[in-house]
Each structure stands twice: as C-alpha cells, then as structure tokens.
Design a protein around this ligand. Structure first.
Ligand code: PMP
Ligand code: GLU
Length: 397
C-alpha cells in the first residue's frame, strides 16, 4: 500500500486553519458562529493598493518575476527598513515569497538539518514547530508563562543553548500572546546570543504595525548579532492583505542566496500582481496602517475588559498583534453534562459547539492552559462572542 512519507506523517495539520474551517462548516449549515479562530484582519485592503494591482494587470505584469521578487519591490522594502527601522539592507538581501509563512519555512529549510536544534519560545505560533520538523530539526521549547508576560528571559535562553543549537525563533509582537519585547529585553537576549556566533536568529516581525506601546523594536538593531539576524515580515497583517500572499525576509547575503536557490526550485518568485500591490503598500501613504492599528487597540482594550469579566480567566494586557490569550486552567478537568473537558483543545471545541464561538486551544501553541481568541473583528461581534463564552463557561462544573 502506498503511504505518505515519514516526514509528512510526522506533521500536524495547522490548528488555526482547522478551527477556522470547522467554524465555516457550521456557518454553512446555517449556525450563527462567531469566528475568533483564525488570525487575519477583518478590514479590506486599502484602495490605493488595490488600484496598484489593477494597474499592474493592465500593464501586463503577467510574466514570471525574478525569483526573489522584482527589484522595485526589493528596493521598496529596503526603503521601508531604513525609514521605519533605521536598518540598512541592500535590495539583494531581500527575498520575497508567498507569504511570511513560506519565508519562515525557506529559512529553516536552508539552515536546519537532521539533529540541529532550534530554540522556540512557547507560547509559539503553531507553524514554527512543524516547519522545524519538516527540516528534520529538533525543537527545543523554552516556556514562558503568563506570570512573565509570556516572554523568555536571557537566563532561560542561555540555559537552552547547546553545541547543537542552530537557530532561535523570536516573534514580537507575538502570535498568540500579544506580548511585545522591549528594547531592553531584546538587548538582554542579544547579549547572550553575541557569545554564540553559530546561532541564527529568526525575528518574525509580521505584527510590527499592530503595536500598542509605541515604536517597533527589532532585534536586528544590535550590532553584536546583526549579521546573524533574519527579519521575517510581510503585508498580510499591517496592510490587511492576507489573501494576496506576500511575505519577505531581510537576511545576511548567504541566507538570502540560499532561500533564492530553494525557492527557485520550489515555487519561483511570488505572484507578480501581489508584488506590485505590496510595492504600492510600502511606497504609499501609511495612514491606513495607523487607522487599522487604532481599531485593533480599541478592540484589544475591549477584549481585556470582557475577558477579565469571565470568572476563572487570567488575562494579561497584550501590547500588540490581535489576540487575547487567557489562561483558562480553571476550567480544565471540569465537566459539562458528565463529559470531562480534559484540555484546552476540548475547551475550544466545547465553546464552538455550545457557545458557537470559534477559538483555538492553547495546546497547538505550546501553552496547554490557555486559549486564543483573535479579536480582528467588529466590536459588536466581540461583545456578543464573549457574552456567549461567559454563559457557556458558567455551566461547567
Ligand atoms: N508569522 C506569524 C507569527 C503569523 O501569525 C503569521 C500569520 N499566519 C505568519 C507568520 C504568516 O503570515 P503570511 O504567510 O500570511 O504572510
Ligand atoms: N497567523 C494566522 C493565525 O495564527 C493565520 C493562520 C495560519 O496561517 O496559521 O491564525
């Protein structure tokens, strides 16, 4: 009997996408489900970006682009890095891909081999650990609980490093916690990493523009590790362009070259029209980004208030991204109608079935005591969703 490869068999399906799919199936059956599972902005892509895409179609951007993306887009991204982050990158250090998801995977496949260790702070975004597995690497999970605002300390990082450590994956602002590392906290981590010149730092900054504490800080700013940092970013979140599929890395030349080679055999350059749209996003007026950020901030505060009103939930104050990640251990092990809710995945399923609210259990993020609610939806939907959650949880005992 033909079978899938061992590599594929070891892979778990994406829990975020699976919950979203389930919620859509229930909706199709006419059930009024509020979907707080998948993390994507509810806004439409800004008009000037759509116009640029229409123009690109009319101007016949219909041919294969260079593998790392058009030079004009690489330049627009290098311009953004200078303008917003005060970082100098040559256009050749930028590689554009089909979403930041592919960017992360490209980098891991380029640098990780069998047995190489990758340090992944938990809670983590679901796909990191699966991508490490795909690269046949070993995940080294470093856990940071709600009491430390879900952020790892320099001492924890130091303790996790071994001679086999090849990479660290950092995500700030974080999916799923919304935590943001301050400049001082990043410097603390950079100072540890400075002593280990073989470690590559993947810095996932896809939520850069959804930040409630002011200026975005990148770990790439520290000169002592700069040549080993790969920035991962893209237009999905900040410009409400999830479906366009356009992400990128800014990397040391040798990693950019490796990703270029990999992508050249695997997917080629990303969609030409999406590239022209992304170019317009980076070169155009940025007020749309601020307008959406403000809406997310308002919803964040609303969700914190609603979350703290639910007995048993422990809620931290997120500083970015668009997720609330309450600790819900109070409910785990309790029962509904004689049926035990054994873990956070079962709690999420209970909420979907009983409250018709889709969330994602924290197990998929390496945080079994937590549950993730994406608040990238209207205030009315959020109020209604949390009302339903509160009601459904009140009958668990
Ligand atoms: N990193 C993180 C932390 C994310 O939440 C996402 C969203 N799915 C991605 C990367 C990938 O984004 P995309 O592929 O849509 O650019
Ligand atoms: N980043 C989003 C999330 O975590 C999109 C879904 C995905 O790509 O996993 O929900």
């Amino acid at each position: 009997m033909p079978q899938v490869s061992k590599r594929l068999a070891a892979l778990s399906p994406s829990e975020t996408l699976a919950m979203s799919q389930k919620s859509n199936e229930l909706k199709a059956q006419g059930i009024d489900v509020i979907n707080l599972s998948v993390g994507e902005p509810d806004f439409f892509t800004p008009d000037f970006i759509k116009e640029a895409a229409k123009k690109a179609i009319d101007e016949n951007y219909s041919f294969y682009s260079p593998v790392p993306g058009y030079l004009s887009l690489q330049k627009a991204i290098a311009g953004k890095l200078k303008r917003e982050n005060n970082l100098d990158y040559a256009p050749g250090q930028i590689v554009c891909s089909n979403g930041a998801k592919q960017s992360v995977c490209n980098v891991l496949l380029s640098i990780i081999g069998p047995g190489d260790e990758v340090i992944v702070p938990a809670p983590y975004w679901v796909s990191y650990v699966e991508m490490v597995k795909l690269a046949e690497g070993a995940n080294v999970i470093v856990t940071a609980g709600i009491e430390q605002d879900f952020k790892i300390t320099p001492a924890q990082l130091e303790a996790a490093i071994t001679p086999k450590t090849k990479a660290l994956i950092l995500c700030s602002p974080s999916n799923p916690t919304g935590s943001v590392y301050s400049k001082e906290e990043l410097k603390g981590l950079a100072d540890v990493l400075a002593n280990y010149p073989d470690i590559i730092i993947l810095s996932d900054e896809i939520y850069e523009h959804i930040n409630y504490v002011g200026k975005h800080e990148s770990i790439a700013q520290f000169e002592n590790i700069r040549e080993r940092v790969v920035i991962i970013n893209g237009v999905s979140k900040g410009y409400a362009m999830t479906g366009w599929r356009l992400g990128w890395i800014a990397a040391p030349q040798w990693i950019a070259a490796a990703c270029n080679k990999l992508q050249g055999q695997y997917t080629s350059g990303p969609n030409s029209i999406a590239q022209k749209a992304a170019e317009a996003a980076y070169n155009g007026p940025q007020d749309c980004v601020e307008t959406m950020r403000q809406a997310f901030e308002r919803r964040c505060n609303l969700m914190v208030e609603l979350g703290r009103d639910i007995p048993g939930f422990k809620v931290n104050q997120p500083q970015g991204a668009f997720y609330l990640f309450p600790d819900c251990s109070y409910y785990i092990g309790k029962s509904f109608n004689g049926k035990k809710i054994a873990n956070s995945a079962e709690l999420a399923m209970y909420l979907l079935e009983e409250a018709h609210v889709a969330a994602v259990g924290g197990m998929a993020f390496g945080a079994p005591n937590c549950i993730r609610f994406s608040y990238a939806t209207s205030d009315e939907q959020l109020v209604e969703a949390m009302k339903r959650v509160k009601k459904a949880l009140a009958v668990i005992s």
